[in-house]
Design a binder for this molecule. Structure first.
Ligand code: GDP
Ligand code: MN
Length: 380
């Protein structure tokens, strides 16, 4: 789950990271009021869960309260990378001397969190990371020891930060690390961290991503979720307790059990196809839940065929079969589908499905070959 800039910066501020004064507005009148309170120039910033807002015209400088209101109206009417803008952040404008990148994330290959910084932060960081990766300085953090001050100091030196900023930079780095750790984040990022003309360090932009599986211990963060901006597949999956991850292939998968779901994806690839998703329906297979799973799978326009792979343990095969038949009454399945069913009451289940003229399979290999052929539009 990603947090908005204003939410991330509020958290940063609670942890002692300096941010510009500012507040969120949902209409031009509110924006005007905030601009008057702040006085002077302000920046109107679209709050959407995507990067590159600046380049898309979603970050604008306003010289007066009236201009703030006008720009707010313009930005609230925008779509940025397909996302509607519902809120803007009105921040006191800052005179920038230099823009730095600073972020903490998890490095899976190193199995450690990593603090990253670059002397050239701002809107082109992705480009810099791609073209000259050596310009992104990294220090790995021992999860038991946490970030050590000397490590942050090393980074300050490596990005050529003048000595007068070392102390506040170390402070901000340590605080950003605490933010990351305390919130079970997978990313806590300041881009840009700016050196102002009046010699301060300030977090101008903020971004946090929270590990979804840790949200149960952060009810306050879970409440910040912007359902408005989620795809209906994500909302549906969460509501029905389905684990769903969209992938790039064309074969939709509905499986019970995470391990079985991964094995299913592997075998689809072995047969020359590519999975459109990972989907674990979890325990039980009520018609309601199966219908939700079908809706989620079919919300992806790339899906050309669907493979249902159910291993009946406590879940009974005949129940699953009835669940599937009921679900397809409700959700119109527009692509071919094969159901593989084994385990408890599998024979009953397969009989029910065959009677309804559904394509079935007993072995997973057989099912995978069939579904790959279906996706190609040929017969197995
Ligand atoms: P992003 O494009 O979504 O990453 O949005 P940012 O919040 O990072 O803003 C993009 C760019 O706008 C920054 O890198 C700055 O160059 C510029 N910007 C943002 N706030 C201010 C400000 O207060 N003053 C000035 N001069 N520029 C700003
Ligand atoms: Mn930014």
């Amino acid at each position: 789950m990603n947090l908005h800039e204003y939410q991330s910066k509020n958290i940063f501020s609670q942890y002692g990271i300096p941010i510009p004064r500012g507040r969120v507005a949902v209409n031009p009148t509110e924006a005007l009021q905030i601009a008057e309170e702040l006085g002077g120039q302000v920046v109107v910033k679209s709050q959407v869960l995507t990067g590159g807002r600046g380049k898309a015209g979603g970050i604008r400088l306003a010289k007066s309260a009236e201009e703030t209101a006008a720009l707010t109206a313009q930005i609230l009417a925008m779509q940025i990378k397909g996302l509607p803008v519902r809120k803007v952040l009105i921040d006191q404008a800052v005179n920038i001397e230099r823009e730095i990148y600073l972020g903490v994330t998890n490095d899976r290959a190193m199995k450690k969190p990593v603090l990253m910084a670059s002397a050239e932060g701002g809107v082109d960081i992705e480009e810099i990371a791609r073209r000259s990766p050596q310009k992104v300085i990294k220090v790995y953090i021992d999860p038991l020891l946490g970030l050590r001050p000397y490590q942050a100091r090393d980074i300050a030196v490596a990005i050529d930060l003048p000595r007068e900023y070392w102390r506040p930079f170390v402070e901000i780095s340590l605080n950003l690390w605490r933010v990351y750790q305390d919130h079970d984040a997978t990313l806590a990022e300041i881009n840009p961290l700016v050196v102002t003309k009046d010699h301060n360090l300030l977090a101008l932009d903020g971004k946090m991503a929270i590990d979804d599986t840790a949200l149960f211990r952060h009810p306050d963060l879970a409440e910040m979720r912007d359902i408005d901006l989620e795809t209906s597949a994500e909302t549906d999956a969460r509501k029905f307790g389905i684990s769903y991850i969209k992938l790039d292939g064309e074969i939709g998968c509905m499986v019970n059990g995470a391990g079985l779901a991964m094995a299913t994806m592997d075998i689809i690839k072995l047969c020359g196809g590519s999975p459109a998703n990972f989907l674990d329906v979890g325990g039980g297979a009520s018609a309601e839940k199966v219908a939700a799973a079908f809706r989620i799978i079919l919300s992806d326009a790339h899906v050309k065929a669907v493979l249902v792979n159910i291993f009946g343990g406590i879940t009974r095969g005949d129940e699953v079969a009835r669940g599937i038949l009921e679900a397809i009454q409700e959700v119109k399945i527009s692509v071919p589908m094969v159901v593989r069913l084994v385990g408890t009451n599998a024979e009953d289940g397969l009989r029910i499905l065959s009677a309804a003229r559904m394509e079935t399979a007993v072995s997973l290999l057989d099912a995978a070959r069939k579904v790959v052929a279906m996706a190609r539009g040929t017969q197995a």
